[in-house]
Design a protein around this ligand. Sequence first.
Ligand SMILES: Nc1ncnc2c1ncn2[C@@H]1O[C@H](COP(=O)(O)OP(=O)(O)OP(=O)(O)O)[C@@H](O)[C@H]1O
Length: 577
Amino acid sequence: MKKYTNLLSKYLLPQKTRAIWLTLALLSSIALQLINPQIIGYFIDTAVAGVSTQTLYFAATIFIAVAILTQLFSIITTYLSENVAWTATNALRSDLVTHCLSLDFCFFKSRTPGELIERVDGDVNALSQFFSQLVINILGNVILLAGILIILFLQDWRIGASLTIFSFIALSILVSLRPLAIIPWTAYRQVSAEFFGFIGEYIVGLEDIRANGAVNFVMHRFYKFLQPWLSIYHKARFADTTVWATTVGLFAVGNALALGITAYLWNQKAISIGTIYVLFHYTNLLQEPIEKIREELENFQQAEASIYRIQEILDHPVKRDVTNLQALEAGALSVEFDNVCFSYESDNQRALNNLSFYLPQNQVLGILGRTGSGKTTITRLLLKFYEPQSGYIRLNNIPSPQISSKELRTRIGIVTQDVQLFHTTVRNNLTFFNPAIDDTEIIDILTELGLYKWLSSLPNGLDTILASDSTGLSAGQAQLLAFARVFLKNPSLVILDEASSRLDPNTEKSLEAAIDKLLLGRTGIIIAHRLQTIQRANQVLILENGQVLEYGRRQDLQNNYHSHFAQLLRTNLDESK
Ligand SMILES: Nc1ncnc2c1ncn2[C@@H]1O[C@H](COP(=O)(O)OP(=O)(O)OP(=O)(O)O)[C@@H](O)[C@H]1O
């Protein structure tokens, strides 16, 4: 209960005025629903008694006015509740996104993108009713139900008592039918989420699927998804229909009961014809609050599951910076790994094992190693995406936990082999939405990287919108754009992780001068498979299974005939002959 009240107060308190108006509008429309049958009852009785037409006109006008007012309140209620719901769910959505963005990478590793979208959007959407109407509706309909029963008691205690008993029985039967519809609909949503996950995955891999002739396999899986979908949908609809048929049946019984009692009372001359109409109308009206209460309890059950899943994400602890932070001096950074051990999961083999090196300011370290030897892991630890289990990482002799993550990520620029472009303008893709960077600077850098011709061919220059999947760009061009990003960021430490792996030898060569310029006055870490790429390195580190196989000054290793580096250079030379 505390969880629900916390959530409601956090997102509804900021819009309490709107929530109060909403409550008032709802209660007013309930009051009007209770008044209207009384006017018709009065109209019938006065008409039967043969009073003047003037009185009848008056009663009819009041009836119409009340009916219009009821509609007006229902419009106001819908408008306000949509507003309350959207404001609350958007605030929750934004809190969730902010929270997710500050979580460490282990969190994302154990969840698929589809699952996260479902949490941040699907589950939050399921709460819109919870925020806007759930409490008010349950409360309002309980009041409406109580109001109807009191009026029925006031008209005649016998009809009041029998319809009170009927209402409790109907409500308990309908409430007990709740799981009947919830279970198949939950299964339906699960199948539909899996289906869309499947579609998403295969759209991303469309090129590979076609190129490798896997279309038939994909279609086969597609049919496999469709097959159970229809039968699950039938079950869900059948459950809905059962609940609906039970409701109709129950209220037919209710009406018969009311008609039987009123017929008896009419025979006894205990009630007028107007009262018969009023009693019958209220019996009909009973259906609305009873059904609404059932519906809201069903919504509550669904909201409960969503709240649980959302809370699970919000409870995931955010790694906060320590309080005794130290600022990094301006200029190039020195980097030190001191006996660093790290594994991605506690029971996993270590990705880095007692790794130590010291890279002074303004120097370049070349890292070599087989696939999976731990090269990229070094960059992830430097950026504080993960933390080492033991050992220290220091920048300018400051332990990395004492450097704020924000400062660290501003001072380090990285180009990787996988370039992520966003569905926005070329400018935003390059500046990462930093308006302080001006266009001439961007154009100068693109020219230096040999991308001027490409830029001039774009219909709207820097304002051209790029597709997020890099459509219209070759992989090499996308990688050059990543270089431009780092130039514009002006970092103190540059990391190139297989940064030129997608460039042809000619483009790579033409990039050499740009890389030299990028490294000027900065510290650099270059991870490369190709040995030429690290010819500019002052130090070389060769990794094997997360451990240092060889580390030293490049020149020394090159001159040492027995070093691994010298052997690699010789093998490389032989292969290129
Ligand atoms: N996110 C991850 N979760 C679990 N294990 C991982 C993860 N990323 C890498 N590893 C494991 O850590 C080890 C080092 O991986 P890393 O990516 O650092 O290697 P690498 O030398 O950069 O490889 P490559 O040359 O292929 O890029 C590998 O055994 C790899 O399987």
